[in-house]
Design a protein around this ligand. Structure first.
Ligand code: C2E
Ligand code: CA
Ligand code: CA
Ligand code: CA
Length: 278
């Protein structure tokens, strides 16, 4: 912002510039670290409510910068979306997740792998081709891969969003609608999405034991998901009580700290092998 001092000379507010520069520096650091492979993926399992089997694994990005320290994804993902860095980031995540997935499979893991993508990725017309090439390169069956996308991302531009999602699901991968119930939901579009899974937002799970209205919303969402032919996943399961309640509500899959925190690849391999040994 331009300000004018008492002498009538205009200058730029220093604060603004520092803020602006901070964001740019952050993004050039991110680009650099993506280039250097200096980011990491953590994995959090999704468990089937009935059998307790590990049916899925969600990749969550972690960025620990040499100088800046740990930066949470909630801070740099929105910036990466605004600046377009998300295109490279998503491709980095897809490749790394597929490579790690092969390692999990060699250890006997039979579930699938989920990767988060952003609204912005939907406008990349070559993303389906990129994904297909990676599946081919790493020998991963398409039906073992799920892309998680928030419903608000699709609702920004439903018509072209649906076309882009069809192009992705045409190669055989699965689609999961993330953070369902957190924003504005349009049920008429929901049934048109080529999804297989709906993930209830954590905000609906957090107070489920105390809040009658949250319970009603969750039960309604579960029933609706089933009527439309989708599986329903609850995220943010932090206690046995919540797990039991969700199970009684016929929730299909669960994810949360109570089952496992996100773990790096080595720790996830260990977690999986301990599970098999039980
Ligand atoms: P999300 O996709 O909704 O992921 C769930 C978030 O909840 C993760 O935070 C996870 O660590 C956290 N979580 C899991 N279980 C629990 C629980 O029981 N209690 C609580 N309080 N939290 C739990 P995280 O890893 O910090 O990621 C935050 C968000 O950043 C993600 O939300 C997603 O929107 C975005 N994100 C993370 N990794 C990626 C990525 O590789 N690509 C893209 N595009 N976005 C990503
Ligand atoms: Ca997610
Ligand atoms: Ca979510
Ligand atoms: Ca989220």
């Amino acid at each position: 912002t331009k300000k004018t001092n008492r002498l009538g000379i205009s200058f730029y507010s220093e604060e603004q510039d520092i803020y602006h520069e901070g964001r740019l520096t952050l993004m050039s650091n991110l680009r650099e670290d993506l280039q250097k492979d200096a980011l990491e993926l953590f994995y959090q399992p999704k468990l089937a409510s009935d059998s307790g089997a590990v049916v899925g694994m969600e990749a969550l990005i972690r960025w620990n910068h040499e100088q800046l320290g740990f930066i949470p994804p909630d801070e740099f993902i929105p910036l990466a979306e605004e600046t377009g860095v998300i295109s490279r980031l998503t491709r980095w995540v897809i490749r790394r997740a597929l490579m790690d997935f092969i390692v999990f499979r060699e250890g006997g893991y039979e579930g699938d792998i989920s990767v988060n993508i952003s609204a912005r990725n939907l406008s990349e017309s070559d993303l389906p081709e990129f994904l297909a090439q990676c599946l081919n390169e790493f020998g991963v069956p398409a039906n073992k891969v799920t892309l998680e996308l928030t419903e608000t991302a699709v609702m920004e531009d439903p018509e072209s969003g649906i076309v882009a999602l069809k192009a992705l699901t045409d190669i055989g991968i699965n689609l999961s609608i993330d953070d369902f119930g957190a924003g504005y939901s349009s049920l008429s579009y929901l049934k048109r999405l080529p999804a297989t899974e709906i993930k209830l937002d954590r905000s609906l799970i957090t107070d489920i034991l105390e809040s009658e209205s949250d319970r009603v919303i969750v039960q309604t969402s579960i029933d609706m998901a089933h009527n439309l032919g989708y599986d329903l996943v609850a995220e943010g399961v932090e206690t046995q009580e919540v797990l039991d309640l969700l199970k009684s509500m016929r929730c299909d899959k669960m994810q949360g700290y109570y089952l496992s925190r996100p773990l790096n690849r080595e720790n996830m391999q260990r977690w999986l092998s301990e599970l098999q040994a039980e």
